[in-house]
Design a protein around this ligand. Sequence first.
Ligand SMILES: [Zn+2]
Length: 388
Amino acid sequence: MIETVSPERLKQIRLARGLSLDEVARRMDDLVTKQALSKYEIGATQPRPRTLARLAEALRVSPELLREPSPFTIDVAFRHNSVGISAAERKGMENRLHLALEQRVRLQETLHPGVQIGLPIEAFSVETPEDIEAAAEAARDWMRLGREPVANVVETLEAHHVHVFQWEAPVGFEGLSAIVRDNAKRPIGAGIVLRRDGCGERHRFTAAHEIGHLFLKVDPNLDVEKTCHRFAGAFLIPAQTLREEVGETRTRLLLPELLLLKSRFGISVQALLMRLLESSIISRDYTRQCFETIEQHGWKTNEPDPLPVERALRFVQSIRRAEAEKLITRQEAAEMLDERDEITPTNAMLTLMTQAGRRATESARAELRAKGIVPVIWRGGQISEEGE
Ligand SMILES: [Zn+2]
C-alpha cells in the first residue's frame, strides 16, 4: 500500500475544521463515502491520488500537509470554568490550536533558526499569595517589562513566543492555553486562545490568566483558577506600583480615579478593586460596597469606558517578512493569515464566498489578460501559468 496520508493527521485536520465525516464527503461531492473516509482515518485504507487532492481541497490544506503526522506534541490546558462547551467543540478547538501553533512554530523557526526559546513553563512555584505576587514580577522581568503599565499584552506575549489567537467561540468559553513540545519534549512555544468578541480589558486579563497556567507550578492545596486570577491582576498591576499610584491605605476611591487607572493599566475596575483588596489598600467591607454599586449599575458585564481590543500585528509582520524573503510561499502566508482571522463559516457562507471569490478572480484575470499579462494560478502546490 502506498502511503499517501497520515491517518492521525487527517483526523486532526478534520476535527480542527470542525467537520463531521458526512460533511467532508459532501464537500467532496460524495466522491467517497463516509465509511471510506473513516477507513482513511484509522489507517485501514489509503486514498488514491485523485481522491487525496479532493480531500485536501475539502479540508482547505495542501496535500503535502496530510502526508506526515505533526512533528510536535501539544499539551492543552482548558480553563476549568469554561461552561457550555461541548466535548466536540472542545476537541475542535484543541485540534485547531494544534494546527495553528504548528504553523506559528514553523514560522518562528524559519525566521529565527536555532534560537533557544527558554520559555519559563511551570517555572514559578506557588504556595502562598506572596509567591503569586513574586511570580508575576518574575514573569514581568522575563519579558523585560519593569513595573510600568503593559502597553499591549498580546504584542508582548507574541514577542516572547507565546502566540495569541482570537477566535469566535461558544458562549461560556473564556480562554485556553497550550504548550508546544518538540520530539525531545522540550517546550518550544506556547499558545493562548481568547474569545474574538468582548472588550480589551477582558482580553488582557484572560491572556494574563492563561500565562499563569503556563508559567506557574501551583501547590495542589491551592485553587488553580483563583491563583491564576490573582496572578493576572498582579501581572497587569504589581502591588508596589499600585501603592505608589494610590497610597498605602485608602478608605474611599471615586469612580473617575478608578477609570483613570483602568485606562492607564489596561485592567477592569473590578479586577482593580480585587488588586486593592489583595494589596490591603482597601478593606473587605469597602470592597463589598463597591461591588454592590457595580452590580446596581449593571457594570458587572458592561463596565464604563471599555478598552479597545488588542490585535497581534507582530505576527502579520513576521508573515510578510517571511513571504518577502521567500521563506514561505504566498499560499502559506495566506493560510496563516486566514487562521488568524478565520471565522467558522457555515456551508451557505462558504458557497457565497466561493462564488464571490470566483467572480473576483475571474474579473481580475480578465483585466490582466486585457493588459497582455498571462495570469498565473495556484495548482497542486505550484504556481503555473493559466492554460498550462
Ligand atoms: Zn484558568
